[in-house]
Design a binder for this molecule. Structure first.
Ligand code: SAH
Length: 349
């Protein structure tokens, strides 16, 4: 919103259709307008198939929101690009573009800052500033597409912020980017990562979307989890896993458990056995992430031998495991590091 004007990018196709009807126009104008937005125009005056009188009427009520690229850093190691994007109110967020064998993947933020307080994460250090609107999340994608001049095939909501704490905006964002008339990104190509907000996981399950749900577990028991993640005071691992089982039952989708390995905290052999016990029999997969060391915290990452041993134990118990590839390590592009602590290691493009 700017004043009383509404950002067209905050609207789904059916929102825009209703908006047109309310302005006394035909419904099909909605799709015409929606299509323009995803062709990347920046002003209503560019909508050449909309009659001028309607463009003027539209301009009185609505506008096309834009975020701008404040800075851009490219990894010399693997080409990962990190963007610092400036929102209309001057807030800065980060988004990352990564190259995988299956295509270009965008990692986007869902909030400015984060209120979850995980002790190993840089995004939460300044607290939560505000939620991002659906249009701002859409614009993270559009600006990276425009800048790279390539199609983004996969999207992960794993940047700053807790997506499920911004539930309604995130769901609207998914609907917008999934639209055939828009960016047409399939739900199967989208992943959402949450620290484990139990009621919202259950709510998401009911929507039965075909997205991948990733849960930041990071500990095999509540005692360790409470040390790392304040949300563990609110929901026990059992409650989180029960919500996950409900999610799997409804969606039939495999859940990913993210487990950041921290030396001497959650990476012992006993921790690996305990983790395999609690996940036994679940349709799931574990993604091991050697913790990214951040300046503000004393945590150290598990060495690669330790990571492999941890992985081997899980596998011996029949649990599927992957080790997350570290991308953009020279530009602090890894999740959780994005707004803080970047300048020293960056290569300015
Ligand atoms: N709020 C969401 C998304 C956060 S970022 C969530 O909690 O899932 C995505 C992942 O990066 C989460 O699993 C998060 O716990 C992890 N992460 C954050 N900081 C990290 C760090 N310093 N090293 C490794 N992983 C980190």
């Amino acid at each position: 919103m700017i004043g009383s004007k509404i950002n067209l990018k905050d609207m789904t196709l059916s929102d825009i259709e209703d908006f047109c009807l309310n302005l006394g126009e035909k419904r099909y104008r909605g799709e015409q307008i929606f299509r323009w937005l995803y062709k990347g125009i920046s002003s209503i005056s560019e909508m050449s198939n909309i009659p001028e009188t309607f463009r003027i009427a539209l301009d009185e009520k609505a506008y096309i929101g834009m975020v701008s690229i404040e800075k851009k850093y490219q990894s010399k190691i693997d080409g990962t690009v990190k963007y610092l994007l400036k929102l209309e109110d001057g807030n800065i967020i980060e988004s990352v573009l990564m190259e995988y064998s299956y295509g270009l993947t965008a990692c986007i933020s869902t909030q400015v800052g984060c209120g979850m307080g995980c002790s190993f994460c840089a995004s939460t250090i300044g607290g939560m500033i505000r939620d991002l609107s659906p249009g701002e999340m859409v614009d993270e994608i559009l600006s990276m597409m425009r800048d790279s001049n390539r199609r983004i095939s996969n999207i992960v909501l794993m940047g700053s912020g807790e997506p499920l704490a911004n539930f309604d905006n995130v769901i609207k964002f998914l609907e917008i980017i999934n639209s055939k008339a828009g960016l047409n990104v399939g739900m199967r190509h989208i992943a959402i990562s949450t620290c484990g907000l139990v009621p919202q996981i259950k709510k998401l399950a009911k929507l039965d979307l075909q997205i991948t749900l990733a849960i930041s577990l990071h500990a095999p028991n509540d005692e360790i989890r409470k040390r790392l993640m304040p949300i563990a005071q609110k929901y026990t691992i059992k409650e989180v896993l029960d919500a996950c089982r409900e999610y799997i039952k409804i969606t039939n989708k495999r859940i990913t458990f993210e487990y950041s390995l921290i030396k001497g905290v959650n990476d012992s052999i006993e921790n690996a056995y305990e983790l395999s016990r609690i996940l036994k029999g679940m349709l799931c997969h574990v993604n091991l992430i050697p913790i990214n060391e951040i300046r503000e915290r004393e945590y150290k990452k598990t060495d690669s031998k330790g990571v492999k041993e941890f992985k081997a134990i899980l596998e011996s118990k029949g649990i599927e495991v992957t080790i997350r590839r570290e991308l953009g390590s020279d530009i602090n592009a890894a999740c959780g590091q994005l707004r803080k602590n970047y300048i020293n290691y960056m290569v300015r493009v």
